[in-house]
Design a protein around this ligand. Structure first.
Ligand code: FES
Ligand code: FES
Length: 216
């Protein structure tokens, strides 16, 4: 099968390689870039373990082909810490015991980075809605919600924003200001709509799978 040249940036470093058109971005990141912090769980867009930032937006790398990321700027979990110093969101997860086996954690962290950038002062409900697309089989979610709330508080302090700045993961404001109510409501509506669409897509997939099984 034909291969295609691919050049992209991950965590500020350029990577070049070749991939068949069918190779997922997640596999390219893990196999060609050697960055195995991005995990693969379901491989069909449900669990969120493979979440990364692509040009600043949280995406599921198992649902993208590597060729679609040609020229893109990616951020993976490896790009969060500054040497031995954890990113404030990682530190909050650590402090609040927001992980057990840790398999889901890279995806949760990257989702949290994008979520808190867009909604720096979320309510508990907004946090739950914002993370609704990520699945964890261990924690029961409560500690994750507490970690995200703590990270939001930490990021609101100038010192922490400064700590995050070298990684470019909190790029929109050094000290986040509250969103205007209309924008906050629109953002939450968007999150809820996307979560509903995802749930619907999963339900449709399950139904057609059942139907296929019955018709065999
Ligand atoms: S591995 Fe990508 S969403 Fe589950
Ligand atoms: S910590 Fe084990 S799946 Fe989330």
């Amino acid at each position: 099968m034909a291969v295609h040249p691919i050049t992209l940036r991950v965590n500020g470093r350029e990577y070049s390689g070749q991939a068949e058109a069918r190779k997922t971005l997640a596999d390219f990141i893990r196999e060609d870039c050697g960055l195995t912090g991005t995990h693969l769980g379901c491989e069909h867009g449900v669990c969120g373990a493979c979440t990364i930032l692509m040009d600043g937006e949280a995406v599921r790398s198992c649902l993208l082909f590597a060729v679609q990321a040609e020229g893109a700027d990616l951020k993976t979990v490896e790009g969060l810490a500054d040497g031995d110093r954890l990113h404030p969101i990682q530190q909050a997860y650590w402090d609040h015991h927001a992980l057990q086996c840790g398999f889901c954690t890279p995806g949760f962290l990257m989702t949290t980075v994008a979520f808190l950038r867009d909604n720096p002062r979320p309510t508990e409900r907004e946090i739950r809605e914002g993370l609704a697309g990520n699945l964890c089989r261990c924690t029961g979610y409560q500690n994750i919600v507490e970690a995200v709330a703590a990270a939001a508080e930490a990021l609101a302090s100038g010192a922490i924003a400064q700590a995050a700045a070298p990684h470019g993961v909190v790029p929109r404001a050094a000290v986040p200001a509250p969103l205007p109510p209309a924008r906050a409501a629109a953002a939450v509506d968007g999150i809820v709509r996307r979560a509903r669409r995802r749930r619907k897509a999963v339900a449709v997939k399950k139904t057609s799978k059942r139907q296929r099984k019955r018709s065999r």
